[in-house]
Design a protein. Structure first.
Length: 111
């Protein structure tokens, strides 16, 4: 342990960093710090996205249309959100199928 003087306060002993097999806590904190190179952080962390949100993100539905499709899905359990959006005339079923194919191929992160 290394003694460290804290002004008028008594000397405190600081335990040297212990490294695990992977990395230390300081290294992990540094890894998750934001870059000063101009990367814009829109939202912190990872999140799971459902297909309805994906349709909004791809500008195929707006929030109101998604809400209406969710209301229809609530009244008809077992019907998928894309089918509801198509039944309400917000999007073509062929577009839903193409979008779902790309949605299903999105990368996932296992933690």
């Amino acid at each position: 342990m290394t003694p460290v003087a804290m002004g008028d306060k008594p000397v405190k002993y600081i335990r040297p960093e212990t490294r695990t097999a992977a990395t230390s806590k300081r290294d992990l904190a540094h890894y998750f710090e934001y870059s000063q190179k101009g990367i814009e952080v829109v939202e912190d962390g990872l999140k799971e996205i459902c297909f309805g949100e994906y349709l909004v993100e791809q500008h195929r539905l707006d929030r109101f249309q998604l809400f209406r499709a969710l209301q229809m899905q609530d009244r008809h359990p077992g019907v998928r959100i894309g089918e509801c959006a198509a039944a309400l005339g917000f999007v073509q079923i062929s577009d839903v199928e193409k979008l779902y194919t790309s949605f299903a191929q999105l990368g996932t992160v296992t933690i």
